[in-house]
Design a protein around this ligand. Sequence first.
Ligand SMILES: [Cu+2]
Length: 170
Amino acid sequence: MGRAFLCGGDGFLAALVASPVVCAHGWDDIFDIAMAGTANGSHVWFDPIGLHVPVGTTIRWTNRDAGNAHTATAYERRIPVGSPGWDSDYLLPGETFAVRLTEPGVYDYFCRPHELAGMAGRIVVGAGRSLPYDDAALPAAVLGLLPSVEEIVARARVALPNAAVGLAHH
Ligand SMILES: [Cu+2]
């Protein structure tokens, strides 16, 4: 199986690599998710909120919100068996946190201070096709926003409808 190299403008790296560069779905080795917010702090979100990536992809969150600190924190019981999960702790504006996802399945995560405002996201790694988790414990604000696994797999990247500007797309 070929390794997928950065496809968005990193010709220098690609030129150094003897094996074929794989960009079949526009996926990168590293995928960026922005922590975003409106200037007055009334609305905060992850962009994209839904993401489908191959096994082994590194996810990198960056706080692009000048007005808030955010976390990216995996739900303990909404990640694949065998994954250690993660908690970025508080990221100030401009700070980043990255984790490599090596277990196939569905990963749901949230921002600790803004979970009840619906700041959460879903990452489908590999060929995930069903959601094996019990939604009963999820806040309604999160339940109402997270895209379905099927939609994420179909579209690869899902943004909130009101997140007008993609902040972190390559
Ligand atoms: Cu937040």
